[in-house]
Write a protein that binds this ligand. Structure first.
Ligand SMILES: Cc1cc2nc3c(=O)[nH]c(=O)nc-3n(C[C@H](O)[C@H](O)[C@H](O)COP(=O)(O)OP(=O)(O)OC[C@H]3O[C@@H](n4cnc5c(N)ncnc54)[C@H](O)[C@@H]3O)c2cc1C
Length: 188
């Protein structure tokens, strides 16, 4: 892939819910996992810091120049629902309300709580999003991630992710090199 898939000097204010944000030196919205992997590799090879954003609903970005690459996952929105097994495979940029509505259309219960949360699935895994006792983590089977240093793709099972209230330790410790690509959920 040699086409240029990022822009330069991108104002991030239109990528956050509250419309504030600085200017990213490099910015990209990959449309496929292949492009996403390429960008992470590009940042690494070029010694650029690589930061991931989803829908920007939990971000307060300083109004400054942000060196390195910012990757927004919102165009990674493939969503596959298997109505009989309740197994879902969704890319990181799928919005929670989209997931919620798609589950209802397929006659599946368990995603109603997410209909009003304006975030992506990737952001929701990172933040351990939920309402009350309900959370994405409860229905999670596994996440697929890219190691930001080796570019290796890994699948991590829920039992290996130490979710805490609205946060999970695996990302707190490993966020520097792990990026979520897909999750799989199961019917309640
Ligand atoms: C009106 C409103 C209502 C809300 N209601 C709720 C609620 O009821 N419950 C709740 O829990 N939260 C709620 N939130 C907060 C927020 O929507 C959630 O935390 C959401 O999950 C964040 O997702 P995002 O895609 O917007 O993440 P962003 O805000 O874009 O990013 C948040 C963090 O996640 C990281 N991240 C994003 N995508 C990835 C990825 N693919 N891989 C690795 N890291 C990633 C980012 O680096 C960043 O550190 C609400 C927010 C708003 C504005």
């Amino acid at each position: 892939m040699n086409k240029k898939i990022f822009s330069e000097n991108c104002n991030l204010s239109s990528y956050t819910t509250i419309k504030v944000g600085g200017v990213a030196e490099y910015f990209a919205e990959p449309r496929s996992i292949k492009e996403f992997s390429y960008l992470i590799k590009w940042a690494n090879l070029n010694k650029q810091r690589c930061q991931i954003i989803g829908a920007g609903s939990n971000l307060l970005i300083n109004n400054i120049f942000i060196k390195g690459l910012v990757v927004c996952t919102k165009k990674l929105k493939s969503l596959k629902i298997e109505p009989y097994s309740g197994i879902i495979e969704a890319e990181a940029g799928v919005m929670l309300p989209t997931l919620s509505n798609s589950l209802a259309k397929n006659g599946l219960q368990g995603g109603e709580w997410a209909v009003g949360i304006p975030g992506t699935l990737g952001g929701a895994i990172y933040m351990n999003a939920g309402t009350g006792n309900l959370s994405l983590a409860k229905n999670l089977i596994s996440v697929k991630v890219i190691n930001n240093k080796t570019h290796e793709k890994l699948e991590i099972e829920k039992k290996d992710i130490n979710f805490e209230y609205r946060f999970n330790i695996i990302n707190q410790v490993l966020v520097v090199f792990l990026k979520i690509l897909k999750i799989i959920m199961q019917q309640n």
